[in-house]
Design a protein around this ligand. Sequence first.
Ligand code: NAD
Ligand code: AHE
Ligand code: ZN
Ligand code: ZN
Length: 370
Amino acid sequence: MIKSRAAVAWGAGQPLTIEEVSVQPPKAGEVLVRIVASGVCHTDAFTLSGDDPEGIFPSILGHEGGGVVEEIGEGVTSVAVGDHVIPLYTPECGQCKFCLSGKTNLCQKIRTTQGQGLMPDGTTRFSLHGNEIFHYMGTSTFSEYTVLPEIALAKINKQAPLKEVCLLGCGVTTGMGAVVNAANVKPGDTVAIFGLGGIGLSVVIGAVMAGAQRIIAVDINADKFELATKLGATDCINPQEYGDPIQDVIVDLTDGGVDYSFECIGNVHTMRSALECCHKGWGESVIIGVAGAGQEISTRPFQLVTGRVWRGTAFGGVKGRSQLPGYVEDYLAGKFRLDDFITHTMGLKDINHAFELMHEGKSIRSVIHF
Ligand code: NAD
Ligand code: AHE
Ligand code: ZN
Ligand code: ZN
């Protein structure tokens, strides 16, 4: 048993508190990881808000981390002590029906226990004063030490700075991956991106890399437009400045609608706008944003009858163990930058401030340094 500084979420809407939790050693097939850095994603805030049907408390949130293997459990062969790794909330067992399908990255090998805040054997490795603390998304990166199944670790190049590539543990991979895996943006295409946080801006860089000709960035916070433009957005639109529904504005701007749209907010109304701004006959809209319990999407079925497609994606459709190391190599090769996304860094003790900055619209990504 080791001690670890961790930010514990006690209940919906409550601030995290920094505790010295106990972490049990890794069991068979598990790995103890020392987290070096973790980004704070909107999904952490979503779960902390109480809107997540799978939210469990007390738990240790965090799912956008980078770290170093500290200890391996019995039978672990694919990572060794000292390896640099990115925790995967979408693991890759390589053996389940989903992994073998060639159609999805949604490995289901441990999904049930993961959603219950537990390791695959149905127990937790975290406790405080003898009381159990639950895992979150199978990753719990807001802890100095965390335990993960071997299948939930991507081994990456040690040259990569963990304080930056931790963002590939969720946000940047999700956005970039969605462009090529969920959509299939081609040179010359027109895209619209709703929400310019870490996810939406990653869609922007993915769209630029794919050769999109027109990239329409939509947000109600105009402060996001400067970075969106720097990254390659060609048009920035604030829906609050228009009298007409934003989908109508975009359809007018684009001679009938965009080829692809991406919803990166988690709002069912903007999901509808994102679908309806797509071009008749072929436009496709990708839902990335996560909406709260009880929320449902709607549109006139005629929107689909007339050729628009509605789809969604988790972790950008990227298979973590086989494909994420390649994203790290692309980053090291200078194919995209991560520093633009890191607007704030702070120690674990200031983690509640990271949530405040997000809610105030002042950050893209805060990265916690352990
Ligand atoms: P964020 O808070 O950093 O950014 C959200 C952006 O949306 C902000 O810029 C905000 O101003 C903007 N926004 C809010 N309401 C709006 C509105 N009505 N119209 C236009 N813009 C609006 O969040 P993020 O970390 O970028 O995450 C975005 C969403 O993606 C969240 O729902 C998150 O849970 C989800 N997410 C999903 C996946 C996945 O795998 N599907 C992965 C990561 C994050
Ligand atoms: N638990 C929520 C859903 C949350 C959700 O959709 N999570 C995404 C990743 S968001 C990362 O920032 C995801 O991976 N979804 C696929 C999965 O299997 O969870 C709920 O509504 O129950
Ligand atoms: Zn995330
Ligand atoms: Zn699998």
